[in-house]
Design a binder for this molecule. Structure first.
Ligand SMILES: C[S@@+](CC[C@H](N)C(=O)[O-])C[C@H]1O[C@@H](n2cnc3c(N)ncnc32)[C@H](O)[C@@H]1O
Length: 358
């Protein structure tokens, strides 16, 4: 088995060639079988770039279930008893996948909910905005009790508190989103690196093998390498393999596991907001928003302060003023707006840190 490589092929066939019990961790982001029937347009008539590729389409639920039973069965064979598998999906497929996994003998450890901080609105106004995806985290079976879970590391990462099974995180946007020459998304389903960081750090160790049977743009490989793990990816479409290879060739420096796992907020508040201006991640005159309950706007000034009515102050100070509370984490309170979606400032701070390889 060659490590740190992408296998071009159908995972149903390719997984059969793997030896038993070789993978320390599997992350699977399979087709969701979204069953999109027609194109979706925003109120301003621009087309939503959704997942409408052939690889996401199945003739029936029965076909989809049979496909999932086949690849999940092979995954169970190649997973070590100390290993675990994560499968991500939405309401379209995750219940079917959960049933298939239980039938195959997997043992569910958590259903982690990824709550999107910048979900795509429901343009037609016919339903609630769909703002979550679910990750099923499973051991090979009920008997596999010695699976890897880096509880202390995750607790440190979460500022000393146990991490819960609800993860707030933005969709993959901005500089992290890989674009083609036409400026459009290179892969319609690229996942945020932060999601993979949590998955890989919580449930694998350095030097371990992380397997991804639906590699896409290579998010799993990119994060695994930067965390000192090995990866093997399987992908059927050649165009995505090229994108992933390019991504892996241009990887930034390794993440420092110890640094990353420090109290993230303490470490990150040391980035002064004005650094984001210097990096042109925000500009003087930009509006910042507080979506939801408070629904206010403020203007970014050239010195990194905010102007709110007649008040000027830091993002934290003005946030606290609006909430009528003694303090406020301005990084989470304030949002920018991109393509009609809100993005919390902490995501821009992540981008700033990422550019510096931190
Ligand atoms: C949801 S996307 C994965 C996106 C990926 N996690 C990322 O961050 O870019 C699913 C991927 O699986 C691939 N795929 C679909 N069916 C496959 C199969 N039977 N074998 C291998 N790859 C497959 C698709 O081409 C697509 O790139």
């Amino acid at each position: 088995m060659r490590l740190n490589t992408i296998i071009h092929g159908d995972c149903l066939e390719e997984l059969k060639k793997f030896p038993e019990a070789c993978a320390d961790l599997i992350f699977a982001d399979p087709p969701y079988n979204l069953q999109l029937k027609s194109e979706l347009y925003r109120p301003n008539n621009t087309k939503v770039e959704g997942v409408d590729e052939a690889w996401d389409k199945f003739a029936s639920f029965a076909d989809y279930d049979a496909f999932c039973a086949a690849w999940l069965g092979e995954c169970r064979r190649v997973l070590k008893d100390t290993g675990t598998i994560w499968v991500i999906g939405s309401y379209h497929n995750i219940f079917r996948i959960g049933a298939v996994m239980l039938d195959l003998g997997y043992w569910i450890l958590n259903d982690v909910v990824w709550r999107k901080t910048n979900p795509m609105p429901n343009f037609l106004g016919t339903r609630f905005t769909n703002a979550t995806e679910t990750l099923l985290w499973c051991a090979r079976g009920e008997h596999c009790r010695k699976y890897v879970f880096n509880h202390k590391l995750m607790k440190r990462y979460n500022g000393g508190k146990q991490m819960t099974s609800v993860w707030d995180m933005a969709l993959c946007t901005g500089a992290e989103r890989i674009k083609g020459a036409d400026g459009k998304k290179a892969h319609s389903a690229q996942k945020p690196e932060e999601l993979l960081k949590r998955v890989i750090l919580s449930s694998s160790n350095r030097g371990g093998l992380v397997l991804d049977p639906f590699f896409g743009s290579g998010t799993t490989g990119a994060v695994a390498v930067r965390l000192g793990r090995n990866f093997i990816g399987i992908e059927r479409e050649e165009e995505y393999i090229k994108i992933a290879q390019k991504r892996l060739e241009g990887l930034g420096p390794l993440f420092s596991e110890a640094g990353w796992a420090q109290d993230k907020d303490q470490r990150r508040t040391r980035v002064p907001f004005e650094q984001l201006l210097k990096e042109k991640l925000v500009r003087s005159g930009d509006l910042l928003y507080t979506p939801g309950r408070y629904n206010k706007t403020a203007v970014v000034l050239g010195d990194g302060k905010l102007l709110y009515g007649e008040n000027t102050g830091s993002i934290h100070h003005i946030g606290a003023l609006i909430q009528g509370s003694p303090s406020c984490n301005g990084w989470r309170f304030w949002h920018t707006r991109e393509n009609g979606a809100h993005l919390p400032l902490c995501e821009l701070r992540n981008e700033y840190l990422r550019r510096r390889g931190l």
